[in-house]
Structures are given as structure tokens and as C-alpha cells.
Design a protein. Structure first.
Lengths: 132, 634
């Protein structure tokens, strides 16, 4: 099971890799929307963790391009912006995660879309939302 | 009665009337100029009255009387010269020459009186001496008159406004008087031309009386008429004036006032912090900064009464030389005041005393009132701009705080999740020795995250961008959850809640509200003490209270408890952490819900914070409100 992580901050990508590979997921990193689209040419992730504000192609651009190509992957908006919820609704995402997020919320949301990877999760702590 | 008689009568009446008017004004306000004016008109008027009486009563001419009359008549041009000196100055040499000419005239009049008067109807034999003396007198009179005319024309050319009009008038009158004399001379030399010259000379004599009157004793209506064009052009501009820079406004106002009165003007603006009047372009004897003093401007400003001083050197003899050098003799001054707001003083000054009249003070007062309107408008515009700039600065500050707090979140994301990952692995792998350190790291990171969130929330509230998402929920449940959370201190949290307290609230913000109040209470309470959380329904209001037995809030701090960055004056900042945002955010949350928050406190005994929230706030009960949680169905 692979997770597409899109974020222009390499620390976040390393962190995702560190957390999710330890849980048995494969992480496909992409630094912007364009790279993410290239990843989708070759792989079929079970969820896309999408930062919104990125250079070259931002989250809105990526979501639109995905729609144009008829690709339907679950998308989780991961952002530090105040309006995470509104942005998620705007691009038709399936959930949102506010930065800084709790580890268990990240695992919970990935598990929700990719199925359990063997480890137990927990109750959401407030940084995650599936709410609309 | 012939036309000539009528003309003669009219001109006699005019001259006599001017003599009376100027005499009255000299008695009322005896200044050098008013006395000289009265003497000039009086000389000519009295000669005319005398000759009229002699003609009417057919009195025999007495030599001595005729001599006196002649001397008085010949004094008229000299008195005119004195008057011109009062208005604009006359070189001393000219004055001395005129005085010498007058003495000579008196001497020359003696043979004229002693020679036998020719009986009427009889053609006198040509007498060369009489002719020569008459010619001398005529030429002297005409020369002085024409000099005065030329001097006035010169003064008119260098002055403006009302002064220019008056000087032109006097110049014209003097030319006409000169012509009268020349015509008399022609009549004396060539008696055949007398019928023509006498008519013309009577006409000129009447006209000169009228123009002298206009120039030397202008009626107030005429003064106002001269002031109107300047006033009109000022009023036309006055609506655009407040948009100009302060200095341009002051220059413009001063210019208008000066031009209208044919003088110069200066405006002193009140500098409140400095406690002085500031003049930008003061005349030579006026300081640029004026505090309490005997200066006219200060007296007018402090008494708020307009003032007319005909000779300022008399008021300030110690500055007489400076006033003379600066060309300041009469001063008109009026306070510039808008309502209760004293803005400054308008001072109009001229180099010669007779240029102003008492009546001009009304005009200066009017100008000062207009100046007040313009300056006050300018001040209001400045105030509005200052407020806008302050708002802009505040907004930029909020934007900066918001951006900075936001940027802190990115590194925090890595730190928070990485610390949690480390904890998870250490737990799994049984590396308990590392757990304490990792948890310390997590605790501090969580605290840092909370601070960043608080700063962002406070900034949202300050910007008015603090949305809430109300939904059906139970405050009792939220309060219980908040009270049950593990806390580091050793104080007890007691719950006094009976039954549900349901309504439409934002559950996340309600939790934040209760946690903030609870943490605040715990922070300032002694060890082992008790904090009581109550929640109950009170009609359509949901009520909450959090009571502690802590240090309390001093009465002076009470009004500021919910302000941003405010901390109690009795709080030891080293002992109690915090940046003073918690209660500010609480108030923001409560107000967004349309509720009320307040505190009751006894210093040293404890504090109770009360919250009252409408259970069904207006406009939030719509069916489109979204429930929390749940995966979107797509």
C-alpha cells in the first residue's frame, strides 16, 4: 500500500516517510503538484496527503489536473493555514489535517483510506477532520 | 437761479459738509491724521462759508478779515500736503518748500488787501502788482495740489485693495483742485474767458470735493464695497482651502485679509503643547513665538476680543523703533476661534495710521471667523488621516503577527510528530530510559503549539475574523471532559453540574473557553485548593462559572481583565507564566456566541468567572449547519 505525500518542505516529506514506512506503508514523495502527477503516472496510491501552498503547481492546481485526467484518489488536505476545512471543501477533498498534526491523527486518516497496516490507531484529537 | 449758481451751491454744501464730518470724527478720535483731515476740509469750508455770508449780507470787506481769509485759503494746499504725509510720507525738502511758499503767500497777500477794491460794475484798470500777486498765489496753490496729486498716484501704484482706491481718489481730487486754480489764474489774466472758466472751475471744484471725501473720509458702505471682491474670491476658494497644506492655508488667509484692506496680514497659530502663538511671517517687531506678553496679538488671543490700535508704537514704546522699521503703525487683530477651540490670531497691519478705520475691525473679525472654519476643517482632515494611519499600522501589525505565528507552525509540525514518533518507538521497543526525555520534549512542544494557537486566535479576534461553527451540543459534557483532563498541579477540580446544558455552540471553541478559564483558575490557586466548575441552564441562557481560591484580582485591574496582554498587577511574572491572551480569547469566544463574560473577585480570597451564553443565538439555527466528524460520502 502506497501513500502519495505532496509537500514543498523536505522535512515534512522525511517525517511522513519515517512515520508511515514504520507502519508498513510505502511513501511516494513529491515536492509539488506537478511531481505528484508524474508519480500518479506510474503508481496507484491509496491516499494523497496534499499540502496546498507550493511552488510550480499548488494544491488547487493538482486537484484540478487530477479531475481533468479522470483520476479519483482519496485526497487529504494537510495545511497550516487557518481555513483547512474550507480549502478541503473547495477542492472536493475527502478530509483535512491541520498542521501541526498529532501522530495518531495522521495514522488514523491514512488507515481510514488505506486499510489497517497492522498497528492500532486511536480517537482523533482535533487536528483531523472528515467533516462535510 | 442759474445752473452755475446751482453748481456753486452744491459744491459749497459738499465742502462744508465734509468739514463738519471730518471735524466730528477728529473730536471723536483725535489722531494726527483725523486732525489734519479736519483742518484741510475746515480751511476750505470756512473760506466758503465766509464768502457766502459776505455775499448774502452784502457786508463791506474789512482789510484784516480779508487777509485772514486769504491766509487760511492759502494754507489749504499746505494742509493737504500734511495729510498726504500722514498717508504715505512726503520728503522733508518738499514740506519745507511748501512752508516757505505759505509764508511768502501770506506776505504777498498784504498788498492785495491794502489795494483799493474795485467797485462792482466798473472795469478796474489793469494793475501789474495785483496781477503778479494773484498769479503767484494761483501758481503756488496749483503747484502744491498737483504735487500732492502726483504723490498720491505714486502711492496708489504701490498699494493695493482699499488703500489703492483711496489714494487714486485723492490723486484725482488733487488734480481737479489744481485745475480749479489754473482756471482761476486764466480767468484773472484774461477776464473775457471768465464765463467759460468759472463754470468749468465750479464743476471741477465740486468733483474734487467728492473725491477728497471718498479718499479721506470714505463712508463705511464704500469701505465694504471695496472689500467685497476680495471676500468673494476668498469665499469661492474657501471650500478647496482645507485640502491645502497648513502653511499654504495660512498664507492664503493672510493674503486675502491683507489685500482686502490694502495692507499686510499675519496669522499666529496656537501651539497647544508649546503654549505659544507661532507666526510664520511676522513683521519685524513681532516674535515668531509669542508666549504671555503685552503684545496686541497675545492680548487679543487671551481676551478673545478683537482690537484696533491706531498707533502700535504708543502701546509698546519700547518697540517703537522696531515698529517703525517694520512699517507697522495701525494694527487690527481678531481671535481665530472655532466654537471653544482657540486656533490663533489674525493681525492686519499697515505702515500709516489713517489707512484703517474702526469699522474695518468688523471685516477682520469676519475674516478671522472664516479662517477658523477653514483651519478647523483642515484639523479635522488631519485627524481623520492620523486615525487612518493608526488603523493601517495596527492592521499591518496584526498581519505580521499572524504571518509570524503561521510560519512557526511549519517547523512545529515536524517537531510535534517526530517527538510523538520517538515516544511510540521507545514504548514499543521498551527503551523506558529515553521516555522521560521524550515526554518532556512533547510537553514543551505542546505548550509551544498552544501559544502559537493563542497568538493566532487573538490576532483573528483583533481583526474581526474569528468565525465560530455552532452546532447542537451539551456544555455539561464538554465541561466534564475538560475537568477530567490530566493536569500537572495538585489542585482539585470539583464539578457542580446537574443535567444537560444543551444549546447551539461551537464545541471546539466552547472547550477552549472552559479549558482557558480552568487553567487560569488553577494557575493562580494554591496547592491542595479546590476549583469549582459549574454549568446550568437559566431560561434561554446557558450559564457557566469557574471559582478559585487564588490570589484574586485587584479592583483597579478589574476593568482591564479581558484586555489583550493584560496581566494582574499582583501577578508575579516569574512565578506564573503566560502572555495575557487567555481571557482575551475567552471574551472573543463568548462575544462571537452573542454572550457575556464577567468576573467577581476578592483579592487574596479568590475569583469567579461567569459566562452566560444564549442557548439559541439568532441566525445560527439553520439546517445547513454541519455536524462534526464522519467521512464524506462521495
Amino acid at each position: 500500500m502506497s501513500v502519495l505525500a505532496v509537500d514543498d518542505d523536505p522535512s515534512i516529506l522525511d517525517l511522513m516517510e519515517d512515520i508511515l514506512s514504520g507502519e508498513g506503508y510505502r511513501v511516494l514523495p513529491a515536492a509539488n503538484g506537478l511531481e505528484a502527477l508524474r508519480v500518479l503516472d506510474a503508481d496507484r496510491p491509496c491516499v494523497v496527503l496534499l499540502d496546498m501552498r507550493m511552488p510550480t503547481m499548488d494544491g488547487w492546481g493538482f486537484a484540478a489536473a487530477m479531475r481533468d485526467r479522470g483520476l479519483r484518489y482519496p485526497v487529504v488536505v494537510v495545511t497550516a493555514a487557518e481555513n483547512a476545512r474550507a480549502w478541503a471543501q473547495e477542492i472536493g477533498a475527502d478530509a483535512y489535517l491541520s498542521k501541526p498534526f498529532q501522530l495518531r491523527d495522521l495514522l488514523l486518516v491514512v488507515e481510514r483510506f488505506c486499510g489497517p497496516a497492522g498497528r492500532p490507531g486511536g480517537d482523533p484529537s482535533g487536528t483531523v477532520g472528515f467533516a462535510y | 437761479m442759474s445752473a452755475l449758481d446751482l453748481l456753486q451751491g452744491l459744491s459749497q454744501i459738499t465742502w462744508v459738509a465734509l468739514a463738519v464730518v471730518s471735524a466730528v470724527s477728529a473730536v471723536r478720535r483725535p489722531t494726527r491724521a483725523s486732525i489734519d483731515t479736519a483742518l484741510f476740509f475746515g480751511a476750505l469750508g470756512s473760506v466758503l462759508v465766509y464768502s457766502k455770508i459776505v455775499a448774502l449780507l452784502e457786508l463791506p470787506s474789512v482789510g484784516a478779515v480779508v487777509f485772514v481769509v486769504l491766509v487760511v485759503l492759502m494754507a489749504a494746499p499746505y494742509l493737504l500736503l500734511r495729510l498726504i504725509r500722514d498717508f504715505g510720507g512726503v520728503p522733508a525738502a518738499v514740506r519745507r518748500a511748501a512752508e516757505a511758499g505759505l509764508v511768502l503767500s501770506a506776505a504777498a497777500s498784504v498788498p492785495l488787501v491794502l489795494l483799493p477794491t474795485p467797485t462792482p460794475g466798473e472795469t478796474p484798470p489793469p494793475d501789474p502788482l495785483r496781477l503778479a500777486v494773484t498769479l503767484y498765489l494761483v501758481v503756488y496753490f496749483a503747484a502744491v495740489s498737483i504735487y500732492c496729486a502726483a504723490r498720491c498716484a505714486q502711492l496708489a501704484a504701490t498699494s493695493r485693495g482699499m488703500t489703492q482706491q483711496r489714494m487714486r481718489s485723492v490723486a484725482l481730487a488733487s488734480y481737479l483742485l489744481g485745475v480749479v486754480l489754473l482756471l482761476a489764474g486764466v480767468g484773472a489774466v484774461a477776464p473775457v474767458l471768465a464765463p467759460v472758466t468759472s463754470g468749468l472751475s465750479q464743476l471741477c471744484f465740486l468733483a474734487s470735493a467728492i473725491f477728497y471725501g471718498i479718499g479721506f473720509v470714505p463712508p463705511n458702505t464704500l469701505r465694504r464695497y471695496w472689500q467685497i471682491p476680495e471676500l468673494r474670491s476668498f469665499l469661492a476658494r474657501s471650500s478647496t482651502l482645507p485640502r491645502l497644506a497648513m502653511q499654504e492655508i495660512v498664507d492664503d488667509l493672510g493674503g486675502v485679509a491683507g489685500r482686502a484692506l490694502g495692507a499686510r496680514a499675519t496669522i499666529g497659530l496656537w501651539d497647544d503643547p508649546g503654549g505659544v502663538l507661532r507666526f510664520r511671517d511676522p513683521h519685524g517687531a513681532l516674535p515668531t513665538e509669542m508666549g504671555p506678553s503685552g503684545f496686541i496679538a497675545w492680548r487679543v488671543f487671551s481676551s478673545q476680543q478683537p482690537m484696533y490700535v491706531d498707533d502700535v508704537a504708543r502701546v509698546h514704546p519700547e518697540n517703537a523703533e522696531a515698529y517703525r522699521r517694520a512699517g507697522v503703525a495701525p494694527v487690527l487683530a481678531a481671535p481665530i476661534t472655532a466654537g471653544e477651540h482657540r486656533l490663533g490670531v489674525l493681525e492686519v497691519f499697515a505702515p500709516r495710521e489713517p489707512l484703517f478705520a474702526e469699522d474695518d475691525l468688523q471685516f477682520v473679525l469676519l475674516m478671522a471667523q472664516q479662517a477658523a472654519v477653514v483651519l478647523e476643517s483642515r484639523a479635522l482632515i488631519d485627524d481623520a488621516a492620523r486615525v487612518r494611519a493608526q488603523e493601517e499600522t495596527a492592521r499591518m501589525k496584526e498581519d505580521f503577527v499572524s504571518a509570524a505565528a503561521h510560519d512557526l507552525k511549519t517547523p512545529l509540525t515536524t517537531i510535534v510528530a517526530q517527538a510523538q514518533l520517538l515516544e511510540r518507538r521507545a514504548e514499543r521497543e521498551g527503551r523506558t530510559a529515553e521516555l522521560d526525555g521524550i515526554r518532556r520534549l512533547m510537553r514543551e512542544t505542546a505548550q509551544l503549539s498552544r501559544l502559537v494557537e493563542e497568538i493566532l486566535d487573538a490576532s483573528r479576534i483583533e481583526r474581526g475574523a474569528f468565525p465560530i461553527h455552532p452546532e447542537d451540543c451539551d456544555l455539561a459534557v464538554i465541561a466534564r471532559e475538560a475537568a477530567d483532563r490530566d493536569r500537572p498541579g495538585r489542585q482539585r477540580v470539583e464539578l457542580a453540574i446537574s443535567g444537560p446544558v444543551s444549546g447551539r455552540f461551537d464545541p471546539d471553541r466552547a472547550r477552549q473557553l472552559i479549558e482557558n478559564l480552568l487553567e487560569n483558575a488553577l494557575k493562580y490557586s494554591p496547592e491542595e485548593s479546590e476549583v469549582v466548575v459549574r454549568a446550568w441552564c437559566d431560561g434561554d441562557q446557558a450559564r457557566l462559572s469557574v471559582t478559585d481560591g487564588g490570589i484574586g484580582i485587584p479592583a483597579d485591574d478589574m476593568p482591564h481583565v479581558f484586555e489583550r496582554f493584560r496581566r494582574g498587577s499582583n501577578v508575579d511574572h516569574r512565578r506564573f507564566g503566560g502572555i495575557g491572551l487567555g481571557l482575551f480569547i475567552c471574551r472573543g469566544i463568548v462575544e462571537q456566541h452573542g454572550g457575556r463574560i464577567w468576573a467577581e473577585s476578592q483579592p487574596g480570597r479568590g475569583t469567579t468567572f461567569h459566562v452566560s451564553l444564549p442557548r439559541m443565538p439568532a441566525g445560527t439555527g439553520g439546517p445547513d449547519a454541519v455536524p462534526a466528524g464522519g467521512v464524506a460520502s462521495r
